[in-house]
Ligand binder design. Structure first.
Ligand code: PLP
Length: 439
């Protein structure tokens, strides 16, 4: 069980302050709290295990580096231990021979948010507080709703008025209290935090509760274990508020601090063309300024990111960069993941692959780099984005008729199969993983 030894308060201007790890809720919107431990190789599991065992143990395998006490894990849903998929058909079709997909769609609610939900609820289950709150662009709220249902707590979710209907229906399906807030996600976030303080609820809000980043960092530990104790060259992460990237960066930093990895991989932060406040701040070397959000990818359509400054810092420290992708590129990546890898991603979840394709095409990454795309959310919640081109034949139960139909189908190649896009044909040549980084 992990006991943080200190807290580091990182202010938006990059300055740091050491604080007691006990002061764990941060009300200063301009600073993020990172928990730190006494690092060493003994803090990580010493035994290599099969992927089945890794899945079975899940995120709790890394308890020594998580802020939990000695009590048994009582949170009832499986969490973490998601597959690191080496997709042969996709690799060949897009010309990225060393691509892996970290499939975070496999959590109980189909997104990477299930890790933070589990850690917050594990802590909450030993407290007498019955309500847990979050504000959300969709997936956090679904995750909290599902987790709270299993943990016997009440989720109070604050969402924007235009929240995805499918996600809203899921929250209600599992009995969460949902409150739509006019003024968008930012207003919902403010109200959720105020309500938590006013009514004494547990606050699962992303980024401001440091436990959320602690849970998200376990993805980095799993990637390292799943690659046989090595880190990849590059990890691509969709960026909305920023904590998913903050968590991955922290996880790899902790592997280095524990003495088991040489360096943090190059981190590629991926934003939507129609909402890229963090990428802009990185480009100009300035503050993260609020922007409008025009994208189909709700998870990364965050106008005023809570942990954007920290995401810039993490990316710069990794010698990485940001890219932006269009809605069409996310839909193409979503189709590729589905039809060439059997991985079902929603647009924000597919943004990581879309970003890698852009980065390789622009010559920023070599096509043979060992790269991981973090697939953060499942398509099952967002069926309106399915590619359902082509027709479905309906025939009588007759073999001749079937043969005729099969012949006609053979001549029509489905849109997302085959050789759609080979970034390696368009400039990037093999060599070191990073061709050159432009700002
Ligand atoms: C599917 C998906 N991907 C990525 C993100 C972005 O994560 P973060 O807000 O931690 O940057 C979200 C956030 O809701 C999401 O739902």
């Amino acid at each position: 069980m992990g006991r943080p030894s200190r807290g580091v308060l990182v202010h938006d201007d990059g300055t740091e302050e050491i604080v007691a790890p006990a002061s764990i809720m941060i009300d200063d919107f301009g600073a993020r709290l990172l928990l730190e431990y006494e690092y060493g190789p003994e803090m990580l599991p010493s035994n290599a295990v099969s992927s089945e065992a890794l899945t079975a143990a899940g995120m709790w395998r890394y308890s020594a580096l998580l802020p939990i006490d000695e009590s048994p894990i009582v949170y009832p849903l499986p969490v973490g231990g998601t597959p690191l998929v080496a997709p042969p058909v996709l690799r060949a079709s897009i010309g990225l021979p060393n691509l892996w997909l970290k499939d975070e769609t496999r959590g109980p609610s189909g997104s990477n948010k299930d890790r933070a939900t589990a850690l917050v609820l594990q802590q909450a289950m030993s407290s007498g507080v019955s309500r847990v709150t979050s504000a959300s662009t969709g997936n956090v709220a679904v995750s909290l709703a599902v987790g709270a249902a299993a943990a016997g707590k009440e989720a109070v979710n604050f969402v924007a008025s235009d929240v995805d209907d499918g996600k809203l229906a899921l929250m209600r399906h599992v009995g969460a209290t949902v409150i739509k807030v006019q003024g968008g996600y930012e207003a919902a976030f403010r109200l959720s935090r105020q309500a938590a303080r006013e009514f004494g609820w547990i606050d699962r809000n992303t980024g401001v509760n440091p436990v959320t980043v602690e849970a998200k960092k376990t993805v980095a530990f799993e990637i390292w274990e799943q690659l046989g104790g090595e880190v990849p060259d590059v990890v691509a992460v969709p960026v909305g508020d920023g904590p998913t990237l903050n968590g991955i960066a922290k996880g790899f930093r902790e592997l280095v601090a524990c003495g088991v990895a040489a360096a943090v991989p190059v981190l590629v932060g991926v934003q939507a063309d129609g909402c890229q406040p963090v990428k802009r701040a990185w480009e100009v070397g300035g503050r993260v300024e609020a922007t409008a959000a025009h994208t189909i990818a709700d998870g990364i359509g965050v106008s005023r990111p809570i942990s954007g400054a920290l995401a810039v810092r993490d990316v710069v420290a990794s010698a990485g960069f940001f890219v932006s992708v269009t809605d069409a590129q996310m839909l193409e990546a979503m189709a590729l993941l589905g039809a060439s890898a059997g991985v079902l991603a929603e647009p924000a979840g597919a943004a990581s692959l879309a970003g890698l394709l852009v980065a390789v095409r622009e010559g920023r990454l070599a096509s043979n780099a060992r790269m991981v795309a973090l697939v953060t959310g499942s398509a099952l919640k967002t069926p309106r984005f399915y590619q359902i081109g082509g027709r479905v034949a309906e025939i009588s139960a007759d073999l001749d008729e079937l043969s005729r139909v099969l012949r006609s189908l053979d001549s029509a190649i489905p849109i997302s199969r085959g050789r759609m896009h080979r970034p390696s044909d368009e400039g990037a040549r093999p060599g070191g993983p990073i061709r050159h980084l432009r700002r």
